[in-house]
Design a protein around this ligand. Structure first.
Ligand SMILES: [Zn+2]
Length: 334
């Protein structure tokens, strides 16, 4: 496990340390996607389990507990996330994609009950449970968790992490101390991205809506999504068939997201409001905006949103993309 501390977390950390005297047994970290909430939760869990934390509340990094934590083998720590399904058992089967479940199941919560019945492996020690993302709890598992939060075992800290607090049960929310995680300023985010060696940091940060971790991930793993705006900027001259092949190679989900972002900006520019994701393509967007009928564009945008919602549906992706791209190119006059 790599523990990362992000500079924009410092104020939230200090706020939490100041309130530690009256700390709840459950904490909810909420905020935008891609700002390092899970890393903050891990840093906090590590610190709470540490045998000799420093004056500013961080883990010492040297004690036996810190050793276990960094090796991902701390007996008093649990991280609950949606489980992976279809894990291949033989190398031959390894080409089969591993699907990740989107939910935290009630079985996972019940297994947690067993863990909570035991006492800590360290004398007078804490046990810490991180639930990420907490919005992956379904109704049954959320209710099972609620029972634990209502009658919390001694010396147990629950840390719930979410980018969608509105999807949580209000009864769970009310049991938690809530901490709004700060979004870094553009300057902080750019400085951090440049430190990570990410080229074109400004482009990726805008593309990721201001979330530096999402930006870094997109720049490293998804650099080909840059193809999407490059092709879509061709407007009526776009070749839907070759573009569909290129987009399909990026993956339907990533291509559809990039397509949505392009349309968002195209609509924005057509309405004379600010573009958000493609700051270096403003001239191309403006030129396309002059050749498009707004109501047809909005209807197309809704259609794409629907396709996006079914992006994991087993459709023939490339055929569907061809059809969409053909429609897209026809939105523009000569
Ligand atoms: Zn330590």
């Amino acid at each position: 496990m790599t523990l990362l501390r992000y500079p924009w977390h410092a104020s939230a950390w200090q706020r939490l340390q100041r309130s530690s005297e009256r700390r709840h047994h459950a904490l909810l970290l909420k905020g935008k996607q891609g700002i390092g909430k899970l890393a903050f939760a891990s840093t906090l869990a590590n610190a709470m389990l540490c045998q000799s934390p420093s004056a500013d509340g961080y883990a010492c990094g040297h004690c036996i507990s810190c050793g276990w934590f960094v090796q991902n083998s701390h007996p008093d720590y649990r991280l609950l996330s949606p489980e992976q399904e279809d894990i291949p058992e033989t190398p031959a089967a390894s080409k089969k994609p591993v699907r990740k479940s989107t939910q935290i199941s009630v079985t996972q919560i019940r297994e947690l009950a067993g863990f909570l019945e035991l006492s800590s492996h360290q004398s007078h020690g804490m046990r810490v449970v991180v639930i990420h993302p907490a919005d992956a709890l379904n109704q049954t598992s959320a209710n099972a968790l609620l029972k634990m939060l209502e009658e919390p075992p001694a010396d147990v800290m629950f840390i719930l992490v979410t980018s969608h607090p509105q999807s949580l049960l209000p009864t769970i929310m009310s049991r938690c101390q809530q901490l709004e995680m700060p979004v870094p300023s553009e300057q902080e985010a750019l400085a951090w991205l440049e430190q990570q060696g990410i080229g074109e940091a400004r482009y990726w940060l805008a593309y990721s809506g201001g979330s530096p971790l999402s930006a870094a991930e997109a720049a490293v793993n998804n650099a080909q999504v840059q193809l999407v705006p490059a092709r879509l900027a061709q407007g009526r001259k776009l070749d839907p068939f070759s573009a569909a092949g290129e987009f399909a190679s990026i993956g339907m989900e990533a291509a559809a997201t990039a397509f949505q972002k392009w349309l968002y900006d195209l609509v924005a520019v057509t309405l004379n409001t600010a573009a958000r994701y493609h700051l270096r393509d403003i001239a191309a967007l403006q030129s396309l905006g002059k050749k498009v009928d707004l109501s047809a564009l909005l209807a197309f945008q809704r259609q794409l949103d629907e396709v996006k919602r079914s992006a994991s549906h087993p459709l023939n992706n490339e055929l569907q993309l061809e059809h969409l791209l053909l429609q897209y190119s026809k939105l523009f006059s000569e």
